[in-house]
Write a protein that binds this ligand. Structure first.
Ligand code: UDP
Length: 236
C-alpha cells in the first residue's frame, strides 16, 4: 500500500510538473530516510537502509525527483525532510484527526486525555536513551508550514535538501510529562514491547535550513502539547 500510494503519485506528479513546466517542486520527505544512521541527522549523510516501507518510499521518491531534475534543468526540486510534526493551529480550527486508532504518539496522547482511549501504550523502555523510551525531534505544524514558505522563496541550488526539525530530542515520557504539566491532565500509560521498525533516537541537525533559508523553529514542545490538546478538546 505504501509503495503504490507514494511512488505512483510521485511519478505521476513528476511527469505532470515536467509537462506543465512547473518551475519548483517541494517534496514532503521524512527523517526516516536517514534509516539507522546516528543522530543528529545531517543532510550530507549517506542514506542508510530504511527501517520500514514508508521510509523506503520516501527515499525512492527523493531519488526519482533528483533524477527528474537532472534530466530537466528547468525543474527545481526541494526535498524537505520532516522530523515529527505535531501540534495544531492555535485557533483550534485545524488539527490532526486520524481515522481509527492513532498510530502516532501525539494523537494517541490527546485521545487518552479525552477518555477516548483508556491508556497510552509506550513502545519500549529499554532503548539506549536517557529514560529508555524512544527519542524524537517534534516540530510544531505551524513552524513546519513556515518552513515550506521559506523553501518556496529561496532556491539556492537546482536540487536542495533541508531537514525541518528543531534539533532537539524529546523522549516519549518527556512528551507525556510536558503534556501533563501544560494541560494539567494525567495520562495513564503502560510500557509494552518495542514497535517493529522503530529506531531509538531521531533528531535533526537543523543548521542548514537556518543558514540557507533563514528558517528555524520558534515554537516549543509546550506550545505543541497545548495546541494539540486545544484542538482535541474542542472536537465534537
Ligand atoms: N510511540 C509510543 N506509543 C504510541 C505511538 C508512538 O510509544 O502509541 C512512540 C514510538 O515508539 C516513537 C515515538 O513514540 O518512539 C514517536 O512515534 P510516532 O509514531 O509518533 O512517530 P515516528 O517517529 O514513528 O514517525
Amino acid at each position: 500500500m505504501y509503495y503504490y500510494n507514494n511512488l505512483v503519485s510521485t511519478i505521476v506528479l513528476t511527469q505532470l510538473a515536467t509537462e506543465y513546466k512547473v518551475p519548483k517542486f517541494v517534496f514532503s520527505s521524512s527523517a526516516t530516510v536517514y534509516g539507522d544512521n546516528e543522530s543528529p541527522f545531517v543532510e550530507t549523510m549517506a542514506l542508510r537502509k530504511t527501517t520500514n516501507p514508508y521510509g523506503e518510499t520516501k527515499a525512492m521518491s527523493e531519488r526519482i525527483l533528483t533524477d527528474a531534475a537532472a534530466a530537466n534543468k528547468e525543474l527545481n526540486v526541494t526535498l524537505l525532510r520532516y522530523f515529527n510534526p505535531v501540534g495544531a493551529h492555535e485557533s483550534g480550527l485545524i488539527g490532526e484527526l486520524p481515522q481509527g486508532i492513532p498510530n502516532n504518539l501525539m494523537p494517541y496522547i490527546t485521545q487518552t486525555a479525552k477518555g477516548k482511549r483508556e491508556k497510552l501504550f509506550v513502545f519500549g523502555n529499554d532503548y539506549d536513551t536517557e529514560d529508555g523510551t524512544g527519542v524524537r525531534d517534534y516540530i510544531h505544524v505551524v513552524d513546519l508550514a513556515k518552513g515550506h514558505v521559506k523553501a518556496l522563496e529561496n532556491t539556492v541550488n537546482q536540487v536542495n535538501i533541508y531537514n525541518l526539525g528543531s534539533g532537539k530530542g524529546t523522549s516519549v515520557l518527556q512528551l507525556v510529562q510536558a503534556f501533563e504539566k501544560e494541560n494539567n491532565i494525567k495520562i495513564p500509560y503502560e510500557i509494552t514491547e518495542r514497535r517493529s521498525g522503530d529506531i531509538a533516537t531521531s533528531y535533526a541537525d537543523a543548521s542548514k535550513a537556518k543558514k540557507e533559508l533563514g528558517w528555524e523553529t520558534e515554537l516549543t514542545v509546550f506550545d505543541m502539547v497545548k495546541d494539540s490538546w486545544n484542538f482535541e478538546k474542542n472536537l465534537k
